[in-house]
Design a protein. Structure first.
Length: 74
């Protein structure tokens, strides 16, 4: 068996400048507030415009714990 030192298929990376809207949990007030902040941070010309903060908010929305997620892990 020969040792392969190269990849067979090319690597496809996502565009770091293309940011898709995060998906908050339905009915979660915290996720809703974070999403509103995300929209403000993404809007060019907004006083709250900050792409780095928008990324942080998207991660926070994704990681925000919910009771149904805790039950699912148990």
């Amino acid at each position: 068996m020969a040792l392969e030192t190269t990849m067979r298929d090319p690597v496809e990376l996502s565009d770091p400048l293309e940011c898709t809207e995060p998906h908050p949990a339905p009915g979660c007030d915290v996720c809703g507030a974070l999403l509103r902040q995300w929209h403000q941070a993404k809007e060019v010309g907004s006083p709250a415009y900050d792409p780095s903060h928008a990324t942080d908010l998207a991660v926070e929305i994704k990681r925000h714990p919910h009771a149904w997620q805790k039950e699912k892990r148990s």
